[in-house]
Design a protein around this ligand. Structure first.
Ligand SMILES: NC(=O)c1ccc[n+]([C@@H]2O[C@H](COP(=O)([O-])OP(=O)(O)OC[C@H]3O[C@@H](n4cnc5c(N)ncnc54)[C@H](O)[C@@H]3O)[C@@H](O)[C@H]2O)c1
Length: 257
């Protein structure tokens, strides 16, 4: 077993996952970047010697077993697991195809279950910490997110199950629920529904979208010793979106006539 701390970040090749990878590297961790996009993860490994790229579809049980075997051989421990790989699609309920529903569930929910299960023996060795990346869409219902929002609500509950059962091994499990963050995933959604950006801003007290690093900093805190007594929680990192009721648009137009 290596002595350096080890982080595993799924979907770590870009976006929020990549920002988390960079923070773990800055903190001196070895980082396994688990992603379907192996080329990008591999380029990252050329820049950072502490990065191990692993090609893996988190929704595929065989891929996940192979990934866990590589991590066991290479490191023998997992101190931080970030289940961040996720996909989204926006459809009205009646136009949500069953294939699309199953695909979203399989990556967002099955992937989080499978990867955590496969790496639990390596987390038990060092009392590792799990952070699952859900979404504000798992806490508040919005239009067009039947599959995505439901998958993320399930991830929030799965996190509580993990915290409940793995706590006796010193393993903590928490969730971050990001609001909108300017990543490739969000760009595709905004392209499909351009009016979405303005309607989001109408409900965000900080009146801006989040940055990848702002989500990653909370992930890193939850994995750190400073977060050592926090488990089973979901932290919305959303500029105040979850707490907001009505009235922001009126307030802004009164303040900026
Ligand atoms: N961007 C946002 O506004 C936002 C808001 C709330 C929650 N989230 C969540 O944050 C997480 C990261 O989102 P992002 O915006 O950085 O996305 P992104 O699309 O920019 O990056 C996602 C990464 O996951 C990888 N990936 C996708 N499917 C995979 C699979 N089956 N197996 C392995 N890797 C896979 C992709 O190759 C990519 O590198 C997701 O779970 C997403 O649902 C994002």
């Amino acid at each position: 077993m290596v002595t350096k701390k080890v982080a595993v970040v799924t979907g770590g090749a870009r976006g929020i996952g990549l920002a988390a990878v960079e923070i773990f590297l800055a903190k001196g961790y070895d980082v396994a970047v688990v992603d379907m996009s192996y080329t990008v993860a591999n380029e990252l490994a050329e820049t950072y010697s502490s990065v191990l790229p692993i090609e893996c579809d988190v929704s595929n049980p065989d891929d996940v077993s192979a990934m866990a075997a590589v991590i066991e051989r290479q490191y023998g421990r997992v101190d931080a697991l970030v289940n961040n790989a996720g996909i989204a699609a926006l459809h009205p309920i009646e136009e949500t195809g069953f294939d699309s529903w199953k695909k979203i569930m399989s990556v967002n929910l099955d992937g989080t279950f499978l990867v955590t299960q496969a790496l639990t023996p390596l987390m038990k060795k060092v009392s590792g910490a799990i952070v699952n990346v859900a979404s504000i869409a798992g806490l508040r219902a919005s239009t067009l997110r039947t599959a995505y929002g439901t998958s993320k609500a399930a991830v929030i509950h799965l996190t509580k199950q993990q915290a409940m059962e793995l706590g006796e091994h010193g393993i903590r499990a928490n969730c971050v629920a990001p609001g909108p963050v300017e990543t490739e995933l969000l760009a595709k959604l905004v392209e499909a529904a351009p009016e979405m950006k303005a309607s989001y801003l109408e409900t965000i007290p900080l009146n801006r979208f989040g940055q990848e690093k702002e989500i990653a900093e909370v992930i890193a805190f939850l994995c750190s010793p400073e977060g050592g007594y926090v488990t089973g929680q979901t932290i919305a990192v959303d500029g105040g979106f979850q707490s907001a009721g009505v009235g922001l648009t009126a307030l802004r137009s009164t303040n900026n006539p």
